[in-house]
Design a protein around this ligand. Structure first.
Ligand code: FUC
Length: 830
């Protein structure tokens, strides 16, 4: 087994001047039109890693997200009343529960028989009655409500600007009034576990009153959202907007806690009761402590905190719940938030800030990307997004990647919950799709960019999720399928529910856990971290054991298949989605078995089940090409009759990306069939559906096609002004999947090979990446010019043998004793 590789951390901040010079040379040769010339003002440099706006946020999708993996804050930057909408990643509804349904066992053979007989609807009806979890719906993620800071006497601002600097993870709001300059800085410290807002007014004075608004139901942008105009924006900027905090929700208290802090305590939303489906008991308590340090006068009466005549005010906000793990809710959030706020208060603001920046940059500076720049780059971010579909803005694509990296660092850190459907940012108690973990694509997509972008450390919560599910899912496997091993279906939540949910046409899909195993295996393959492999192996064995017990022989002799199952969430022509052996299942189980065998080999462990896996692997039914020349989504050739020809899911193309079972090099016929399927599906879908299509076209080697879809993803119909992905409404997977797609155009690693610039679009003739990662523990720096590679430096395990590929030329090289290889260019001569 290979030893853990520690690639030396290198500060990878791009040298802007050098990059700019190179890019300008590149651009000048290729583009003559003024609109595409390099923007030569300082604004474009500022914009490299910054989102910025000339007005305050008028709605949540314009507010800027901050986070430390666990605590989230959306900052509105309003002048007369700052609004901080808060989240904590364990504040979900409900209590520990096990929704497994024992009736499933008896119904299982009958459901399978109905499917084998082609009675799909009858099978779905029976499964709906007996095979679904109880309660049917899993628990939603929640919100912590809002802190509202009213600035008494605020007046119309001049020179207003708010920004989010991705390189420091600091949000700044600044403006002038007749009274002087006002500046606010906000960040969420992972080091000190507090949300920090620092407000200064040099000539003027700050008069502030603090209020707390309880979590509530909110209205989300509609699913036919057509760009920012559809965000119900006021016609003019409401500079002095304020909102009332309203009464605290039942059971919530807000009290003075010392003479400069308030303590808010409450309970989470009740979940559904397992038997009746009616609301049961809340299971979690939460606490929020807000401490205010100011140089003016402070008063705290009737739990109303006021500051007056201050030049500097620092707010420290800590939040926690009583969640310990999915079966233990005995934590003491009050003690925690007191400790966190007091410890942070003992440090000067400058120290909190420098600690935070250092901590963030230890991850953020791992990778840089420059794709060229046009005049567009000089505009505020919302203006660039509004134009992204119709103008060239390569720097926006690079910013999209860095924003995804920022969101990953801010929503998923070792020890936190994994990033859910909205990362950690959620406005109300009624989030779309419960803001859960949907594991038939969405959670997996969240983690696609992490390893390539040098953020492997952020995948740790996903590994822990899989370890938890291997425990809860073992009960589900035993109770509902009478099977060994473990199983999870298409959704899970904070409580690690593993049973089928929502309804059979979405939920009766047994491959959620297996796919997660493949995602974490990929994480291992990038990092070659022995600890990950050791932890993952038993989990993979258990996931495999479930399929050894439940795969059945296809009655027509085509091999081993899952049943009952479905091709996520696509209906076939027979009135439901329920079927046996959809392509995605066969592909996922194939990868699971293959990876488990490789893990056993690497770890030199051969438990008895390994032999069974080795025997079953070649018996899994294989991929087929249908009558329209397409890759069949189902075992039978139903694709052309399926009711939704442009369905958002492209599940059967899992084999191309994120897997590489089907690829240009080894399986050209199947790849051509997959292309036919993808063309038929169309380029545009939900945010995440669009992002997946980018990754697929990149893997298929068509960079220009991938790029044309990227323009749609980064445009105003699929990206909100704050750059959050619009499903619509907001769903974070599109941000992550889109970033993975950009990286996949520049660098790929699969099938034992590393491919340099495999799908470079003509829109990015010159550019540079540093610190992008490839499978095998590799870090890659590349520069290209006029569409051709200029230099490539690979770093990794000393002495490692690599196969590199550039535009059809293959090279077998070895890393030197320092673990470095500099590629000789031009490569064609090599
Ligand atoms: C799956 C998708 C939906 C949505 C939901 C959270 O059900 O089909 O589009 O993303 O997950």
């Amino acid at each position: 087994m290979r030893k853990k590789l520690t690639v030396k951390k290198i500060t990878r901040a791009v040298s802007f001047n050098q990059t700019r010079r190179n890019l300008m040379l590149g651009m000048a040769g290729l583009y003559g039109t003024p609109a595409l010339l390099m923007a030569q003002n300082t604004q474009s440099l500022k914009n490299t890693n910054t989102l910025w706006y000339k007005q305050a946020a008028s709605c949540w999708e314009e507010a800027l997200p901050l986070g430390n993996g666990r605590l989230g804050a959306m900052v509105f930057g309003r002048v007369a009343q700052e609004r901080l909408q808060l989240n904590e990643d364990t504040l979900w509804a409900g209590a520990p529960y096990t929704p497994d349904n024992p009736d499933a066992r008896a119904a299982l053979p009958e459901v399978r028989q109905l499917i084998a007989d082609g009675k799909y609807k009858e099978a779905a009806d029976l499964a709906g009655n007996y095979m679904m979890g109880n309660p049917l719906k899993l628990m939603p993620y929640g919100s912590l409500g809002d802190v509202l800071l009213t600035l008494t006497g605020a007046t119309q601002p001049r020179q207003y600007e708010r920004q989010l600097d991705l390189a420091t993870a600091i949000n700044t709001t600044s403006y002038q009034t007749a009274d002087g300059a006002f500046v606010r800085e906000a960040f969420v410290s992972a080091q000190d576990q507090v949300i920090v807002m620092h407000m200064t007014a040099e000539q003027a004075r700050l008069d502030i009153e603090l209020a707390y608004r309880s979590p509530r139901k909110v209205k989300y942008p509609s699913s036919d959202y057509q760009g920012a105009d559809g965000l119900s924006k006021p016609a003019t900027v409401e500079w002095l907007k304020t909102e009332a905090a309203g009464v605290l929700s039942t059971g919530t208290t807000m009290v003075a806690d010392g003479n400069d802090a308030v303590l808010i305590t409450g309970s989470n939303e009740p979940g559904a009761d397992g038997k009746s489906g009616k609301p049961g008991l809340p299971g979690l308590r939460y606490a929020l402590r807000i401490k205010v340090l100011a140089d003016g006068k402070s008063s705290l009466a009737n739990s109303v905190l006021k500051v007056s005549e201050a030049r500097t005010v620092t707010l420290l906000i800590a939040a926690a719940t009583s969640y310990v793990n999915y079966h233990d809710v005995s934590g003491d959030p009050v003690a925690l938030v007191r400790q966190q706020t007091e410890q942070a208060a003992a440090k000067p603001y400058a120290l909190l800030k420098s600690n935070h920046i250092r901590d963030h940059q230890a991850l953020f500076n791992n990778m840089s990307i420059a794709l060229g720049s046009t005049a567009q780059a000089a505009h505020p971010t919302d203006i660039r997004i509004a134009a992204a579909e119709t103008t060239e803005d390569p720097a926006l694509s690079a910013l999209y990647v860095q924003y995804a990296r920022y969101l990953m660092i801010s929503s998923s850190r070792p020890g936190t919950q994994p990033a859910n459907l909205q990362g950690i940012w959620n406005e109300g108690t009624n989030p779309p799709w419960g803001s859960k973990y949907t594991i038939n694509i969405n959670t997996q997509m969240n983690y696609w960019p992490a390893d390539p972008a040098g953020l492997g450390a952020c995948v740790e919560p996903l590994l822990r999720l899989v370890e938890d599910l291997a425990v809860t899912g073992a009960k589900t496997a035993r109770t509902m399928y009478n099977a060994s091993g473990w199983v999870t279906h298409h959704n899970t939540d904070l409580w690690r529910a593993a049973s089928p949910n929502d309804g059979p046409r979405w939920g009766l899909w047994p491959c959620g856990g297996a796919w997660l195993c493949n995602s974490v295996w990929d994480h291992y393959d990038y990092s070659r971290d022995a600890d990950v492999l050791t932890r993952l192996f038993p989990v993979m064995l258990g996931a495999s054991a479930f399929f050894l017990d439940t795969l059945i022989e296809d009655p027509k002799g085509r091999g081993l298949v899952t049943s009952p199952s479905l091709s996520p969430e696509n209906s076939h022509p027979f009135g439901t989605s329920l079927c046996a052996g959809p392509a995605m299942d066969r592909q996922i189980v194939h990868d699971l078995f293959k990876n488990t065998l490789e893990a056993a080999h690497l770890l030199k462990q051969q438990p008895a089940v390994i032999e069974r896996i080795a025997k079953a692997l070649p018996q899994i039914a294989i991929d087929r090409i249908g009558k329209a020349g397409q890759l069949q989504e189902w075992l039978d050739d139903w694709d052309t009759q399926a009711p939704e020809q442009h369905h958002r899911h492209v599940s059967h193309l899992y084999a191309i990306y994120p897997s590489s079972q089907i690829n240009l090099r080894d399986t050209p016929d199947l790849l051509q069939a997959a292309k036919n399927s993808l063309r038929q599906r169309g380029d545009l879908a939900t945010g995440w559906g669009t992002a997946w299509r980018i990754c697929l076209w990149a893997r298929m080697g068509d960079g220009d096609h991938a790029h044309s879809i990227l323009k749609a993803l980064t445009g105003p119909k699929r990206t909100y002004p704050n750059m959050f992905d619009a499903h619509p409404p907001f769903q974070i997977d599109g941000n992550f999947g889109g970033a993975a797609g950009v990286m996949e155009m520049l660098l790929q690693s699969w099938g034992g090979e590393v491919f340099l610039l495999p799908a470079l679009p003509s829109a990015w003739p010159s550019g540079e990446v540093k610190g992008m990662r490839a499978r095998g523990g590799l870090s890659v720096d590349m520069q290209w010019h006029a569409g051709k590679l200029v230099s490539a430096i690979l770093q990794g395990p000393p002495g490692a043998a690599l196969r590199l590929s550039y535009r059809g030329t293959r090279m077998d090289v070895s890393l030197d004793a320092k673990g470095i290889h500099r590629l000789q260019v031009p490569v064609a001569a090599a």
